[in-house]
Design a protein around this ligand. Structure first.
Ligand SMILES: [Zn+2]
Length: 292
């Protein structure tokens, strides 16, 4: 089972960080339509995890994705890492996001991915809040250490049931590989851009389970220049030193020139599905139960 997902946030991030340049919005629209066309060509249905703010500020984006038959999931309201929210704030953020998304897409939203996979050891309580908001399927666990998030103590990299007190949530953790002794993702974001396509394809074909995830920004050849100190600090909530900004610039631009065609070649001939359909195919009686 191979999950295909997209995190949809660029329009709102552009608005917050750069004031909203018309040519950038047009570029995002162009790449979104290109993605939707490719998915039609290969008859694939993905989960698009969208910010609530995309639904409230750019409703046509969510409406377009939903009208092409894809699942709309929730990617928080404003893309604030969950590790920076109190339980009360997470509850409000998730409720606002889900209600904005459901109003626009006309589907019940049952799938969730935290910004930057920010559910980990310190905020396991987030599971309870997501369940309270009607979330049934979660794809927020990155079961290894990573920048901004990661849940290295999480013991499974396959679909499983998370149990937290009396709450149960179906979890689709990110599938990992080992690279120079370090566990990392191989089919998403910067990891997909970094690994050669033959490696990622081979890994997926060898595995019974994988999760691929992309952002519009991963697929655009020209993402723009380095973030200013203010932009960096607003977004990453850490010191916007020249070194930090340079590292981020290199990470987010690595390989973007070729990524769209690389993704297209990955999708061609491989069977991918979305969370909603995967949920129906899994026999949850035999998946591991992880007590948090
Ligand atoms: Zn995101």
């Amino acid at each position: 089972m191979h999950i295909l997902s997209f995190d949809i946030e660029e329009w709102y991030i552009e608005k917050r960080l750069s004031g909203g340049r018309a040519e950038k919005y047009k570029e995002f629209d162009f790449y979104l339509n290109k993605i939707l066309d490719i998915l039609d060509t290969y008859q694939l249905k993905a989960t698009f995890f969208c910010l609530g703010k995309i639904a409230s500020d750019f409703p046509y984006v969510v409406r377009t994705i939903a009208s092409r038959g894809h699942e709309i999931g929730c990617h928080s309201n404003e893309h604030i890492w969950l590790t920076r929210l109190s339980p009360k704030k997470l509850l409000a953020d998730t409720k606002t996001a889900i209600s904005a998304l459901e109003d626009v897409c006309g589907q019940k939203v049952i799938s969730y991915r935290a910004p930057a996979f920010s559910i980990g050891e310190t905020n396991k309580w987030a599971i309870e809040i997501l369940a309270e908001c009607g979330i049934e399927l979660d794809a927020s666990v990155y079961p290894a250490a990573r920048d901004f998030g990661g849940f290295s103590a999480f013991p499974a990299a396959i679909p499983c049931i998370i149990r937290y007190g009396s709450i149960q949530l179906k979890e689709f953790p990110i599938g990992l590989t080992t690279f120079f002794g370090k566990k990392i993702a191989y089919s998403g974001g910067g990891y997909f851009r970094f690994f050669p396509l033959f490696y990622t394809k081979h890994k997926i074909q060898q595995s019974e389970y994988s999760v691929s995830y992309f952002h519009i920004g991963d697929l655009m050849p020209h993402k723009g220049g380095m973030l200013s100190q203010n932009q960096y600090e607003y977004y990453f909530k850490e010191k916007g030193t020249l070194l930090n900004r340079c590292k981020r610039y290199i990470k987010s631009n690595l390989g973007t020139k070729y990524t769209f065609s690389k993704m297209t070649r990955l999708l061609n001939g491989n069977h991918f599905t979305n969370l909603r359909d995967a949920n129906r195919q899994i026999d949850w009686n035999v998946t591991p139960i992880i007590d948090l």
